[in-house]
Ligand binder design. Sequence first.
Ligand SMILES: [Zn+2]
Length: 618
Amino acid sequence: MRPLPVLALAAFALPLAAHANDPHSYAQPDQVVVTHLDLDLKIDFPHKQLDGVATLKLDWKNPQAPALVLDTRALSIASVDAVDADGRTQVLKYVLAPADKELGSKLTIEAPRHPAQVRIAYATSPEASGLQWLLPAQTADRKLPFMFSQSESIHARSWVPLQDSPAIRFSYDAHVTAPKDVRVVMSALNDAKHPLDGDFSFDQPHAIPSYLLAIAAGDIAVKETGPRSAVYAEPSVVDKAASEFADTEKMIETAESLYGPYRWGRYDLLVLPPSFPFGGMENPNMTFATPTIIVGDKSLVSVISHELAHSWSGNLVTNAAWRDGWLNEGFTTYVQGRITEALYGKRLADEEALLSARALQKSIGKMPANSQKLAPEPRGVDADDALSDVAYDKGSWFLRTLEQKFGRADFDAYLKGYFDHFAWHSITTEQMLAYMKPNLIEKYPGKMRWDEVQAWVYGAGIPQDAPLPDSPRFDAIDKERSAFLAGSLPAAQLDAKDWNTQEWMYFLDRLPDAPTLAQVQAIDAAWHLTGTHNAEIGMRWYVHAIAAGDKAVWPAAAEHMTRIGRLYLTTPVYRAFAQTPEGLAYAGQVYAKAKDGYHPMTQQAIERLFAKAKSAAK
Ligand SMILES: [Zn+2]
């Protein structure tokens, strides 16, 4: 993440609706803000493009403002018009600047007379960074093409011209046409019974930030999982998905009992093809999810708890800029743990907290000091890199620390009050702290000092007294691993028969970076990890086996990398291959075949990884 300049003390005085300066957007919200978006889209599968008309309702803030400045990326603009209250239009002059590699093209629309609305006709590029287009052969059922968006962090601008900053919120409605038989869904209320007639309408009445704009279309079936939830997925996937996510209503009720009513109406889930680059994306009303969490035993559904939790932390109370990403991800990872604990027990919640804490302990020391901070200082980094492990794992660890220091009852009440206080607003770290000081730290004196809070938020590393949950089962696994590595316990005698997904993840995470070939072969002979359908286990296994020099796993690793485009499960395997010239060459061949099935973000990440490996080899 390229963070914002740290806001000085003045930030504490900002009113709720104030907009911080966002270095990842050209928008000038002190001049004018978009309050509503009306979208008309045609989905053109053969040309891999959206033909769009976006009408933006404007609230002019500065009477002298000469122009409306928008974010775009690789859009072809056909026309720009002012629209008056009677619907009459007038052509406006505009300048589309040359593209900046990170930010895209600034669109400056001359509008000195401050029209109430501006209408832009445009088309997206087939390479739009926020869209993926799949041929029928790249889907599970191979019948119809599929397309989906991923707007976070700054990719909404590649499919809609808008003010692409999380500080700015707007409601939207949309009319979308598509080929017959295709179902279109958006991050709005969706109608499971809508006929597949190629003509869809949507309404999102709540003001949301641009990164929550979302659309998908394809051969999508629906199955109800509760009174206000359904699963959407390709027909061959929908039953498996509905049974894996059968606890969705219980998850919503649990979150409501902690933090107040779910305010969005329905909570539906869309399971995407395996090329989806993330675990899940918290698009309002319609979480987008990877199929890699469907393993048959609900062991990875904490991704759904996570996306649901964003209905409070993220979608309701939003980070004002990507530098404040931990307000979304750290809070959400904490709430996710609470939902997991209530539904699946403390053992699983503690195991997931420990996995996240141990992984962070291992990785944080290798990061530059500034990246180790929850609220970092300015630095030239891509907005997509903003949401690092620090935002998730250190952020949630900080909240678990607060819970422990203040006690669960008082901390729960505090957090519920925080969500109510900042509901439907985008806030900075400093606004969060200005609320926390009187409402938590000073309200319950003697529990935690302010400088301890500051050390968590602005300090590098992990505070020494950061509490870790106990896990007797993880302790036992540590002992078994040590005995196995010391040669005193044969692999076949590991007590692993009943290990759940998280326990296998923990066993593998704490193996040496490069175990010996004999150790890897012994584990595989006893437990057959090569070819596993559990991608969390598979990713960890292939990384270690490749590092140990076990070429026998290469074809299965290649299958894993080709089948799955989720960044977190795929890039570590590429990185493991890239450590040797022979591995790098092999990974290059795998990529050449897999590339067409990858999302643009995955392609970019792997090409960056290759370039780095090649320059290091020189
Ligand atoms: Zn998240």
